[in-house]
Ligand binder design. Structure first.
Ligand code: IDP
Ligand code: MG
Length: 138
């Protein structure tokens, strides 16, 4: 077994809608270990770093306005194949493609406001985690 870490965000819509406990409970029940946790608000520098790959795309201005609109919960989850498990539990990016039973498939109804972020590869996780946490509990 290879223990993997992934960065998970509950975006401002999830916090505003009171879905933090519901979303975290799903990951906990799946057996993912919580390795770090904080509440923060994105500023321009963090948006540019975290979403660097999306700068210049047509949806970036809307994404930036949304992600800065309120507090976000950031966490590091750990476990065997944690990156793939979280992505599967999140559901497809677009709410209308997200399968029922996934977080987005059960709660999202907007392309930008889609509740959660999860690193999409080991390289992305390694890049993203230090943007939010300078040390993890071990
Ligand atoms: P992901 O969050 O499923 O990894 P990405 O393609 O990395 O999806 O996009 C990052 C975020 O940007 C999405 O979660 C969503 O909030 C927003 N986004 C992505 N594609 C679109 C789009 O076509 N229109 C509006 N917002 C989008
Ligand atoms: Mg992504």
């Amino acid at each position: 077994m290879s223990v993997e870490q992934t960065l998970v965000l509950i975006k401002p819509d999830g916090v505003a809608r009171g879905l933090v406990g519901e979303i975290m409970a799903r990951f906990e029940r799946r057996g993912l270990r919580l390795a770090a946790l904080r509440l923060l608000r994105f500023d321009e520098v963090l948006v540019a770093r975290h979403y660097a790959e999306h700068i210049g795309k047509d949806f970036f201005p809307a994404l930036k306005e949304f992600i800065m609109s309120g507090p976000t919960v950031a966490m590091v989850l750990e476990g065997d194949r944690a990156i793939e498990i979280v992505r599967a539990m999140m559901g497809a990016t677009k709410f209308y493609e997200a399968a029922p039973g996934t977080i987005r498939g059960d709660y999202a109804n907007h392309v930008t406001r889609n509740l959660v972020h999860g690193s999409d590869s080991p390289a992305a996780a390694a890049r993203e985690i230090p943007l939010f946490f300078d040390r993890l509990i071990d």
